[in-house]
Design a protein around this ligand. Structure first.
Ligand SMILES: Cc1cc2nc3c(=O)[nH]c(=O)nc-3n(C[C@H](O)[C@H](O)[C@H](O)COP(=O)(O)OP(=O)(O)OC[C@H]3O[C@@H](n4cnc5c(N)ncnc54)[C@H](O)[C@@H]3O)c2cc1C
Length: 350
């Protein structure tokens, strides 16, 4: 039996494993053999500091500088917000496949055992947790749930996820390099688009919309997605003649757990609280959350509940701050687009 099983080998799971290993805890990461591909992400400047504090500064090799955001949020045209003058440094582009692989490797180097398997269910006994996986059961004294999914975490812990909004991201890799090292964002009546650098002379273009927008525009079909993209300012601004051949779809909900920890378990990262990518802070937050969740779990085992309470306060603060920022932004877009995607979110959260 291991001390702690961590389900999920993303930023939250790896941060938890690295933190547990620093305390000498015998840890197994159960990491899916088929992680979903993700587009390039943007991260706040403090990503570098967070990685270094976890002993994972090496993962920065999968990142490159992002010098600002050019967006039409709340404005009639694009407005540049440079990060180059930020006292904490520039922001980052994260190439997620390499980034995650690097974190898993570092957790392994710190002594965490990696089990490449899909966790299928969890059962709790008096003195242990049993995680059923496609490679057989894993028995542990405690569990960190870092699957990136509040729905999965809720199922495993016998609760219902709290879902505040459900969006979908339709993204494509275009075989054209983009010179700019900015994140370019454009809102439209049916959602918003962003483009940024990919790996190896490619760029990523992403369209976020909701279920209604998905039914109306069918952006999962390459010809529909390409036609929508051709209507954006971004595709003209960057003279993007290339057509996407494959469209990937990822869920982007605003959701979380009512209860983020309990006897022998704690949820971390998006599994505990998932926010839409407007704030560009999901991955950095997942790293911090993984570390805090692991500490709360260890403190709880020694009868100290203060760390779990402080972890809860930290997560609640994240949600409050997110809502404070998102609400005026969405309201401003609703002024620009009184019907469609933005108007449907005028009363968010319900
Ligand atoms: C389209 C999109 C764009 C985004 N853009 C940004 C951005 O620009 N900036 C930003 O900071 N954040 C962004 N985010 C959010 C960011 O991706 C997440 O906040 C972050 O990945 C959360 O990390 P995590 O470790 O909690 O979950 P994840 O990264 O989802 O990692 C979970 C891991 O667990 C694995 N897993 C899942 N289920 C199981 C199972 N049953 N068994 C074993 N393994 C399992 C998965 O394969 C995955 O590897 C974006 C998200 C999306 C979807």
């Amino acid at each position: 039996m291991v001390d702690v099983a961590v389900v999920g080998g993303g930023p939250a799971g790896c941060a938890a494993a690295l933190t547990l290993r620093t305390c000498g805890v015998v840890t197994t990461i159960i990491a899916s053999p088929r992680p979903r591909e993700k587009p390039t992400e943007t991260a706040v400047p403090r990503l570098k500091h967070l990685l270094q504090s976890l002993g994972a500064g090496e993962a920065l090799v999968a990142c490159e500088p992002c010098y600002g955001i050019e967006s039409s949020w709340g404005a009639p045209g694009p407005v540049l917000r440079p990060t180059i003058l930020d006292p904490s440094g520039h922001a980052w582009f994260i190439h997620r496949d390499r980034f995650d692989a690097s974190l898993v490797r570092l957790a392994g180097a710190a002594g965490a055992v990696r089990l490449e398997a899909e966790a299928t269910s969890v059962s709790f006994a008096d003195d242990r947790v049993i995680v059923s996986t496609t490679a057989g059961p894993v028995e542990a004294k405690s569990l960190v749930i870092a699957t990136g999914s509040p729905a999965w975490a809720a199922r495993a812990t016998g609760q219902k996820p709290v879902t505040m909004d459900s969006l979908l991201c339709y993204w494509a890799r275009l075989a054209v390099p983009i010179e700019s090292r900015l994140l370019h964002v454009e809102s439209t009546e049916s959602g918003w688009w962003y483009v940024c650098t990919g790996e190896a002379a490619t760029m990523h273009a992403c369209f976020l919309t909701d279920a209604k927008g998905s039914r109306q525009f069918a952006p999962s079909k390459p010809e529909q997605w390409n036609a929508l993209f051709q209507q954006t300012r971004l595709s003209h601004q960057h003279v993007l003649g290339d057509r996407a051949g494959q469209i990937h779809c990822l869920p982007v909900s605003v959701a979380g757990l009512a209860c983020r920890h309990g006897p022998r378990w704690v949820a971390a990262g998006d599994a505990a609280l998932k926010l839409d990518p407007i704030g560009s802070s999901g991955t950095a937050t997942a790293l911090e959350s993984g570390a805090l969740a692991a500490r709360a779990l260890l403190a709880g085992e020694q009868g100290n509940t203060a760390a779990a309470e402080s972890y809860d306060r930290w997560e609640n603060g994240l949600l409050a701050e997110f809502l404070k920022r998102r609400t005026p932004l969405y309201a401003a877009e609703t002024q620009k687009y009184p019907v469609g995607f933005w108007a449907r979110r005028a009363h968010f959260p319900k």
